[in-house]
Design a protein around this ligand. Structure first.
Ligand code: SAM
Length: 280
């Protein structure tokens, strides 16, 4: 490709089924001057299948600045470089952020070739609300840190989406049940687009038991999705404001109780007053 075509392509590749490779991805990988890949041996299989013989270079998150520098140098020479990861979309729980950032800062065009992504595929077929969601990637592996991360998400009303390693999935579902409550709905999406693709929706407690009872469910590649927390109705107060209002209402007229509770809790006086009227 000519010097005026210096481009960094970010190319999505299949997450299990080679037939999911988009034609534009094949074309870009065939025509690029260099392909930066997370694991060059792994990518060689993709290359053989699609008759791609473009030179491969290893690029991962621990790559030193020298590696990033070498790729940027190729761009400076007017070459076209494509970035792929082992599977799915680069930068989604995969390397590439530093490279994309630096390439953009130097004024190079960075062009995505959209395609497979495990969490998007899982979310699209899970049966949980998908209008608002939060992709959380991998939780911390250490139980204490994992629980803290889950606690921060406990009140989030969006569907929560996680990647999880198979040997941790049962413990993670137990921890989610403890923090979010065992009744909260969740889905395990396993081996998406592969021979043993499985989707199972159940309350967290049941889902954890189901996964523990069948070791096959603790194998392969896994996305976990959890329904968001119930949204508080506008007419509901937070439990502390409610407790204080109840105490004050036992002694004071509603207007006075609302004024005092507003000072104590910081909750809007009118909301407190309206709440007191609904209690009658
Ligand atoms: N960049 C990838 C993407 O676009 O989905 C994700 C890479 S991340 C290192 C790998 C994790 O993605 C796996 O541990 C698993 O949680 C999830 N994953 C990848 N392929 C999957 C599949 N076929 N089914 C379910 N989850 C998958």
């Amino acid at each position: 490709m000519g010097p005026d075509q210096a481009l960094l392509y970010i190319v999505a590749t299949p997450i299990g089924n080679l037939a999911d490779m988009v034609p534009r991805a094949v074309e870009v990988l065939q025509c690029a001057d260099l392909v930066a890949a997370e694991d060059t041996r792994h990518s060689q299989r993709l290359f053989s299948h699609f008759n791609i013989d473009t030179p491969l270079m290893a690029y991962h998150d621990h790559s030193d600045d020298k590696r990033t520098g070498q790729i940027l140098q190729r761009l400076e020479q007017g070459q076209t470089v494509a970035l792929i990861s082992d599977a799915g979309t680069p930068l989604i729980s995969d390397p590439g952020y530093r490279l994309v950032r630096e390439a953009r800062e130097r004024g190079f065009r960075v062009v995505p070739i959209p395609g497979p992504c495990a969490f998007v595929a899982a979310l699209s077929a899970a049966g949980l609300p998908s209008d608002r969601f939060s992709f959380e990637g991998f939780l911390p592996a250490k139980p204490g840190q994992r629980e803290r991360a889950l606690r921060e998400l406990a009140g989030d009303t969006r569907t929560l989406v996680f990647y999880e390693a198979p040997h941790r999935v049962a413990d993670t579902l137990d921890a989610m049940g403890l923090v979010f409550g065992g009744e909260r709905e969740a889905v395990i999406a396993r081996e998406v687009s592969k021979a043993f693709e499985t989707f199972h929706l159940a309350p967290l407690k049941e889902l954890a038991e189901w996964v523990r009872a069948d070791s096959n469910q603790q194998r392969g590649e896994i996305v976990l999705l959890v329904r968001g927390a119930e949204r508080r109705r506008d007419s509901e107060l937070n439990p502390e404001a409610e407790r204080i209002m109840k105490l004050l209402l036992a002694e004071l007229p509603p207007k006075r109780a609302a004024a005092l509770a507003a000072e104590i809790t910081g909750v809007n006086k009118k909301a407190l007053y309206n709440w007191s009227l609904e209690q009658k």
